[in-house]
Design a protein around this ligand. Structure first.
Ligand code: GRF
Length: 200
């Protein structure tokens, strides 16, 4: 690495499930010129499918099971924070991470934690976004990558892309169309954040 080449940002991905967005980030980060490297995948669900994908890619994994903390959210988050610090993480990507985070944890990562949401925020915060968009007769739907702030799905948008809602769509067909967009824009958004952060 020449003196002019900035070090890659060290990224942790937090998941709770299958990890398809995580996999998209891992693939993107394999490009030599990508400004971030995935150094940790952490799950609150011990058998989350994404953990095996991460391990198969040679990435360190950690499981911090929230159920072991008897509803003590602060203790759960302190354990996650310790793991993030141990891996000297610069940026946190939430990718289907299904726990609400406390203002304390969010403050630790202000401006350095991003999330992917399957809707065109500020429309359809929360769950079941595809079914809700269909029920409303929406003609457009999509995905948003945004900074994480204490309010759920409320932080500043980094990237957003729309898809059309087609006649006969079900939550599954619409969700599949949105997921393709998610897999494209999440790596782009991380590239932007990692690059901008480098310049600071
Ligand atoms: C994605 O739709 C993401 O937008 C939402 O949760 C889902 C996670 O899917 N936050 P995956 O685990 O990335 O496949």
């Amino acid at each position: 690495m020449s003196a002019a080449t900035p070090a890659k940002k060290r990224v942790a991905i937090l998941i709770s499930g299958r990890g398809s967005n995580m996999a998209a980030l891992i693939e993107a980060a394999k490009a030599p010129d990508y400004p971030a490297e995935i150094v940790l995948v952490m799950s609150n669900v011990p058998d989350a499918g994404g953990l095996a994908i991460a391990a198969a890619n040679g990435i360190a994994t950690a499981t911090i099971d929230h159920k072991a903390f008897n509803r003590d959210r602060e203790a759960f988050e302190k354990a996650m924070q310790a793991e993030l610090e141990r891996h000297r993480v610069d940026i946190v990507c939430l990718a289907g991470f299904m726990r609400i985070l406390t203002p304390w944890f969010v403050a630790q990562w202000e401006g350095r934690m991003i999330n992917i949401h399957p809707a065109l925020l500020p429309a359809y915060k929360g769950l079941d976004t595809h079914a809700r968009a269909l029920a409303d007769g929406a003609t457009e739907h999509g995905a948003t990558v945004h900074f994480v702030t204490p309010g759920m799905d409320e932080g500043e948008t980094i990237l957003q892309e729309a898809v059309p809602v087609l006649r006969g769509d079900t939550p599954e067909t619409l969700g599949k169309r949105v997921l393709e967009v998610e897999h494209r824009i999440y790596p782009q958004a991380l590239r932007m954040i990692a690059t901008e952060y480098t310049l600071l």
